[in-house]
Ligand binder design. Sequence first.
Ligand code: ZN
Length: 180
Amino acid sequence: MARWASREVNYYLSSQVSGCRDRLIVFSANNVKGSIAPSVMIPEHRLAVLLDKVQHGQIDECLYHNTTIPPSLYYDHTCEEEGFPLQSMVELRDHSDEVWYIDFSHDGSMLASASSDNSIIIYDTRRWKIMMKLSENNAMSDVPGICYVAWSPDDRYLLSCSKGKDLTVYDIKVRSLGRR
Ligand SMILES: [Zn+2]
C-alpha cells in the first residue's frame, strides 16, 4: 500500500466528507480510544515503559556496574573493570551465622542483610552502624533462616521471605510488621 503525504490525506478526507472536514481535523486518538478494543490499542506511555526496561536491562547485564548515572539510550552501556572497587571498606560481622541475601535501599542510605540466624539487620550506609535489627520468630516453621529481602520503591517497607516460606512486611518507620 502506497504511503500518503499529509496533503493527500487531507484532500482525501475533504473529498470524502465535504462539509465535515473541520470537525475531522480536530479528531484525535483520545476521542476514539473508548471505541477501540483494548487488544488493538497501544497502552499510554508504552514507549517510555519500553525504554525504561531497556535501561534497566543494560544495568542488569553490566558485569562491573559502578555508577549511579542512568545509561544513555544512544549506545550500549558498559562499565570498565578497572573502575570496579576491589578494596574492602568495612567488614560487617553482626550476624551470628551465614548471610544469605543483601539489598540496598533505592536511595542507597540503608543496607538490609538477611541471615540464616533468623534475623535481618538494617545498616546506615553513611556510618555503617546498625539502624535496626529485626528478629523473626518462626515458631510455626521448622526451617529457620531468612533467604530474601526487598525494599519497597519508597524505601519505607522491607519485605522478607524465610526459608520456611513466611512472607513478612516491615514498616521501617514504625517498626511494625505484617505476616502472611
Ligand atoms: Zn555499568
